[in-house]
Design a protein. Structure first.
Ligand SMILES: NC(=O)c1ccc[n+]([C@@H]2O[C@H](COP(=O)([O-])OP(=O)(O)OC[C@H]3O[C@@H](n4cnc5c(N)ncnc54)[C@H](OP(=O)(O)O)[C@@H]3O)[C@@H](O)[C@H]2O)c1
Length: 329
């Protein structure tokens, strides 16, 4: 028997979430690697699944948890053997395939990547999909030719998981980062992560003109909606906006003006199905480039049972940084 969070759909469509004991036979059969999970985390998507706020779960019952780190217990996959240390991010795990907010999982070996030696399983989950996505955004800015000499980089949703780690990464790479937040009380925290300047997200979250004063060489946006539209409208000629999230909304109330009159590039970032080579490159960068002291200041450890209590706070945008789940606590 092992502990897991189990989600069931109630007759009225709401989600029932409980910590339960499961047996191996209850794990999905479509997987060639059985793993022990040491740490998981709550990303925004996990909070949506646990609270039932959005139809993230596509199969019931479901163990949530899109991220996990731990050790391989048994494998029939050629690349994995007992004792190997792994990281799992995405691939529909915790949505359509039972996930990692549990002490055990059966996964596909093709989904796993080796945990870099430089980071522990706990650190890997402090980074999690949020940090790996922040790295995909930072890499995309570089790929599009945004350099530290190009100008300021705007990071929206700055006090959240993606935002906080994007600030840590981009400031370490020498960029001047401007953090947009709804929590101006966190200005000291955001500056300690590396933000050169902190702005009130109210400057960006209301409907705005399609073209505005040019401010940003690059943008990491995890918020969507008007925030993304205004960020695009304020991006300099030839600048790049990376869009990865929808904390404000899924809509994009913009026009083509920034694209056809300023050559602004809008790059979509999808961590869930990102190709293996890109994942390996992102995790290699994360293991080398993340300031571990800063990462520890943005991380709180919680237990499996705490997930049920904290998930609504994640949806309400009340969490600063990252929640790491010790599934054995
Ligand atoms: N594309 C992908 O592969 C991918 C991967 C990971 C995450 N995501 C998405 O990225 C987003 C952020 O994820 P996360 O893990 O960083 O979540 P998070 O830790 O909950 O952070 C989200 C942040 O967005 C801001 N925010 C919340 N509600 C808002 C609102 N109504 N209007 C404006 N800003 C708001 C808040 O920051 P401030 O208070 O500082 O403004 C909040 O801390 C989510 O939508 C998530 O689904 C996508």
């Amino acid at each position: 028997m092992f502990s897991a969070i189990l989600l069931n759909k109630n007759a009225d469509g709401t989600t029932d979430a409980q910590v339960v004991q499961l047996e191996d036979v209850q794990l999905p059969s479509d997987g060639d690697v059985v793993v022990r999970i040491d740490y998981s985390t709550i990303n925004y998507k996990d909070a949506l699944a646990v609270t039932g706020k959005s139809p993230v779960v596509r199969k019931w019952p479901m163990v949530p948890g899109i991220d996990g780190a731990g050790e391989v217990l048994a494998s029939s996959h050629a690349d994995w053997k007992t004792g190997d240390q792994f990281i799992l991010n995405g691939y529909g795990v915790g949505e359509a395939h039972m996930g990692c907010l549990a002490q055990r999982a059966r996964l596909k070996g093709d989904w796993l990547i080796p945990r870099p030696l430089a980071i522990s399983a706990r650190t890997a989950m402090a980074i999690g999909t949020a940090g790996y996505t922040a790295m995909l955004c930072a890499m995309a800015l570089e790929e599009q030719g945004v350099t530290k000499e190009s100008g300021d980089i705007l990071v929206t949703g700055a006090s959240g998981g993606v935002g906080s780690i994007a600030i840590v990464i981009l400031s370490a790479w020498g960029y001047r980062v401007v953090a947009s937040t709804g929590k101006l009380s966190e200005t000291g925290y955001l500056k300690s992560l590396g933000a050169a300047e902190v702005i009130d997200r109210n400057e960006l979250s209301a409907p705005g003109k399609p073209l505005q004063k040019e401010r940003w060489a690059g943008v990491v946006d995890s918020v969507g909606s008007h925030m993304l539209a205004n960020a695009v409208a304020q991006t300099r000629c030839g600048g790049t906006v990376t869009a990865c999230g929808l904390a404000q909304g899924m809509d994009f109330p913009s026009t083509v003006a920034p694209f056809i009159l300023r050559g602004v590039k809008l790059i979509g970032i999808d961590s869930v199905m990102a190709p293996r080579a890109k994942r390996l490159a992102a995790w290699d960068h994360l293991a080398r480039d993340i300031d571990m002291e800063k990462l520890s200041t943005i991380t709180q450890g919680i237990s499996l049972a705490d997930v049920l209590l904290r998930a609504p706070d994640v949806i309400a945008g009340k969490i600063r940084g990252r929640l790491v789940v010790d599934v054995n606590a």
